[in-house]
Design a binder for this molecule. Structure first.
Ligand code: IPD
Ligand code: CA
Length: 261
């Protein structure tokens, strides 16, 4: 059994230190080593170095814990599992845009108990703990109370897909756009979740996300009073079909996403 308060403090310091690593790489982004993982899917030396730093520190503190990292993959351990995206929004990061995040969640036997998302370039740290509030830089945050879809701003994304699959989100985008105020495509699903949690936007939907993109962000949304489901309203389709909202518009958004073409 871990001491949750101690672990929360550990995560708080760890993610801030990891943020500084990304900011240093950001200063020399013109000479950054970049590799193509797949079509439109990039990994930079900053992703790899940041994740290495995070994993080394976690395993030094908790040698028995399991790890699932975007770049490192799975490291087997006990029922505690850290889910890490060292740079969510690598394309934005490579281009010097501020919309990238570090996302770290801790699960116990499959249930998330701790989450943190840092946007290093904005100095914004979102945190949540089991049975506690979600916070932004230490102050509690809450989802928006807007229930009129026509006045909602939503975020979405177009996850990297093989060329032949096209952009599976475009039909959904075309269906949602006329029904709402506006859409944002910021480039970090973890950040999108945090903007829902803090009430800046009312929701986010996306296809083909991976667990490390949203493990911490989805937990932060829920702790801020929001709702997270797949398109059917359940959870079995997560994270491949992902919707998080303020709760008030969840069913209306789901209905639009499920409309026949
Ligand atoms: C990506 C971001 C982006 C989303 C992509 C993700 P990455 O993560 O979350 O917003 O649209 O689907 O893959 O690859 O930059 O860590
Ligand atoms: Ca990601």
């Amino acid at each position: 059994m871990i001491d949750l308060k101690h672990t929360q403090g550990f995560l708080h310091h760890l993610i801030l230190e990891a943020g500084d690593i990304t900011l240093n790489f950001r200063k020399k982004r013109d000479t950054l080593q970049v590799n193509n993982k797949a079509f439109r899917d990039y990994v930079t030396e900053a992703d790899v170095a940041t994740e290495k730093f995070i994993i080394e520190h976690i395993l030094r503190e908790f040698p028995d814990h399991s790890i699932y990292g975007e770049e490192a993959g799975k490291i087997a351990g006990n029922e505690y599992r850290w889910i890490i995206d060292p740079i969510d929004g690598t394309t934005s990061f490579m281009r010097g845009l501020p919309f990238y995040s570090i996302s770290i969640a801790l699960e116990c036997s499959g249930t998330t108990i701790l989450g943190a998302v840092l946007q290093p370039a904005c100095n914004d740290l979102y945190e949540a703990v089991e049975n506690g509030p979600a916070t932004l830089n230490g102050s509690p945050i809450h989802v928006s109370q807007q229930d009129n879809l026509a006045e909602c701003v939503l975020a979405t994304g177009f996850a990297c897909q093989p060329l032949e699959k096209g952009s599976p989100n475009l039909p959904f985008f075309n269906r949602v756009m006329p029904e709402i105020q506006d859409v944002r495509r910021l480039g970090s699903a973890a950040a999108d979740c945090c903007y829902v949690a803090s009430g800046c936007i009312e929701g986010h939907w996306e296809l083909n996300l991976k667990l490390y993109d949203i493990a911490a962000g989805a937990f932060i949304v829920e702790r801020a009073g929001g709702v997270v489901t797949d398109f059917s309203g359940g959870t079995s389709g997560l994270p491949g079909q992902f919707i998080c909202t303020n709760g008030k518009i969840h069913e209306s958004l789901r209905e639009i996403l499920n409309r026949p073409e």
